[in-house]
Design a binder for this molecule. Structure first.
Ligand code: PMP
Length: 287
């Protein structure tokens, strides 16, 4: 069975799914997106992702293309048509199609909506998580509004490519003061010598990760301590553990930073446990 995409109100074969050449997402990255993890055909952290979508759209003054309820139905239908039980679903909303001009179109345009769904091999993913991954660092070179989840991802793409060429799975951006901001497509965490969890606070120029936010709830419920104090790559190497979070990676142990082992150079007990607890929580709350 072939993949099916949703484009502006229609489900179409993936290979025939097209947007206009003057879509502002294509020309100007004037578009936002969301990615939900899918467990058992249900959307994980649905509320958080919808809330962030609305916020991102609001910051760009793009209207919600349809109600949350309608969007939920379309997302679920995309999962159904692609027979995705375990996987991810991607939603992109651009300002729409208009004659190329940097400023917003002066006449009303309809936001363009694209949805794609994909299956992940959970067993393969779990095997990878059990081994842990490496990260490399790269200078922070993104714009000042990383809190908006736009498709303007060129610095992230270049950072990820740098990681890949170094045999690593993720790149951590490091700001002018030497502190890690976040990953190219994930939030960054360590467990420090005192057993405290550390992750960058969301007043910094980072994306407010939904997985991060749900994990903070899980951590609070477990009575563990979090310190939203910035850390350096050297702090990560000196830490007992490190991990990343995101809808794609869930909670994924990091075993090396720039080739230097973190802790024992193997996934640590905190990250392994938090991964299990996050997945349990996400599955239980999925809609
Ligand atoms: N930071 C960046 C830059 C990202 O692209 C992502 C993934 N979308 C995240 C953090 C993690 O966010 P979430 O947990 O909402 O997937």
């Amino acid at each position: 069975m072939g993949r099916i995409a949703y484009v502006n109100g229609r489900f179409v074969p993936h290979g025939e799914a097209m947007v206009h050449i003057e879509d502002r997402g294509y020309q100007l990255a004037d578009a936002v997106y969301e990615v939900w993890a899918v467990f058992g055909g249900r959307l994980a952290d649905a509320e958080g992702h919808f809330a962030r979508l609305e916020r991102s759209l609001g910051e760009l003054r793009i209207a919600m293309p349809m109600s949350r309820a309608a969007l939920t139905l379309v997302l679920k239908e995309a999962l159904r048509r692609n027979r995705v039980r375990e996987g991810m679903i991607y939603l992109q909303v651009s300002r729409g199609v208009a004659k190329r001009d940097h400023a917003f179109p002066t006449t009303a345009v309809r936001p363009a909506v694209v949805i794609t769904a994909s299956t992940v091999d959970r067993e393969g993913v779990e095997a990878r998580a059990a081994k842990g991954v490496s990260v490399v660092t790269t200078p922070e070179n993104r714009w000042g509004r990383c809190d908006i989840k736009t498709v303007g991802l060129l610095p992230n793409a270049l950072a990820k490519q740098k990681a890949r060429e170094a045999g690593a799975a993720e790149a951590w951006f490091v700001d002018d003061l030497g502190f890690v901001t976040e990953g190219a497509s994930s939030n960054a965490w360590i467990v420090d010598g005192e057993g405290r969890l550390r992750t960058r606070d969301t007043n910094a120029n980072i994306l407010r990760g939904i997985t991060r936010s749900t994990l903070l709830d899980v951590i609070a419920r477990e009575g563990m301590e979090v310190d939203e104090r910035p850390f350096t790559p050297a702090d990560a190497v000196a830490a007992t553990e490190a991990f990343i979070t995101g809808a794609g990676t869930l909670v994924l142990p990091v075993i090396a930073v720039d080739g230097k082992p973190v802790g024992q150079g193997a996934p640590g007990p905190v990250a392994i446990r938090l991964r299990r607890l996050y997945i349990e929580q996400a599955k239980a709350a999925a809609i």
